[in-house]
Design a protein around this ligand. Structure first.
Ligand code: G3H
Ligand code: 13P
Ligand code: ZN
Ligand code: NA
Length: 274
């Protein structure tokens, strides 16, 4: 692409839009993001959680890179929820963006840890997303219960961003990984506004976008969110497709189409600020 991932986020925000970032685990998932983005004619991000790298290794990452480089829309490759720098540094050549997730630490340690990872990534030309607060819900291989979940504190945002020099900030404002307890979950809009005011131009990221209504998506875009992470809805689509059975190639193709449909629909939903 002739734009960096962060430039694409800022560009989307300027048009009242957001980019979708989609978690994939297999080649079918990666193909689905490329197909869905092409069908929607929108920029997108294909991202791998460390659990996906455990499965597919550098070969899966290379497939994502190759699909991104061949795409006619801007398609970026990211690493999601990395808690171990050892899972980031070997891959810096292959990715555009990485989420360095220090949210398990207290604020001071999150800041020190994130600043160190960010410096190394920046030197390789890779943008970094940090998280302040901690999301509840299921992340692959890691379950964070309500007790350990925390909302982002707007009062610490400006200093954290200045000291870590990260490129994007994931916020915790009532969003959760996985399904929401209510059908039309709401967010803490006052908190999001305060975080935006403190974050200045730094792009805000909303994890846990599966299960959010168009109303909430649009309002979040208007409040400054320009990257939405989607995992659960893609997995559900693939699971349903595989459950229909059939031979390997037919099932894989059905799963790919189902995931591509989710990607396309989400990218169009992320078009509309309110
Ligand atoms: O033609 C469409 C572009 O790929 C749209 O990308 O969502 O960054 O404006 P955008
Ligand atoms: P969902 O599982 O709710 O889609 O969240 C995805 C996510 O935040 C990945 O980082
Ligand atoms: Zn997440
Ligand atoms: Na969710």
């Amino acid at each position: 692409a002739n734009m960096t991932c962060v430039e694409a986020l800022v560009d989307a925000r300027g048009r009242g839009r957001a980019l979708g970032a989609f978690n994939v685990y297999t080649l079918e998932g990666a193909l689905a993001v490329a197909r869905g983005a092409a069908a929607a004619r929108r920029a997108a991000i294909v991202q791998l959680h460390p659990a996906a790298l455990d499965h597919g290794g550098p070969a899966l990452l290379a497939a994502c890179r190759r699909l991104a480089d061949a795409a006619e829309v801007p398609l970026f490759v990211a690493l999601d929820h990395c808690e171990d720098p050892g899972r980031i540094y070997p891959h810096l050549e292959a990715v555009d963006h990485v989420m360095a997730d220090g949210s398990r630490f207290d604020v001071g340690e999150n800041e020190r840890w994130t600043a160190a990872v960010a410096a190394r990534a920046r030197a390789a030309g890779v943008s970094v997303e940090a998280e302040l607060g901690r999301l509840a819900g299921e992340e692959d291989g890691l379950s964070v219960d309500e007790r350990d979940a925390r909302m982002t504190d707007p009062a610490i945002v400006a200093a954290f961003l200045a000291r870590t020099r990260v490129d994007a900030l994931a916020v915790t404002v009532g969003n959760v990984h996985g399904a929401y307890a209510s059908r039309d979950p709401d967010l803490d809009w006052a908190r999001l506004d305060a975080v935006r005011a403190a974050a200045g131009d730094v792009p805000l990221v909303l994890h846990g976008a599966s299960g959010l209504s168009q109303r909430v998506i649009s309002r979040a875009i208007s409040a400054g969110v320009c990257k939405f992470n989607v995992n659960t809805e893609l997995r559900a689509a693939a699971r349903a497709a595989y459950a229909e059975g059939g031979d390997v190639l037919a099932a894989a193709e059905r799963a790919t189409s189902a995931m591509a449909g989710v990607v396309e629909a989400k990218l169009l939903a992320f078009d509309a600020g309110s």
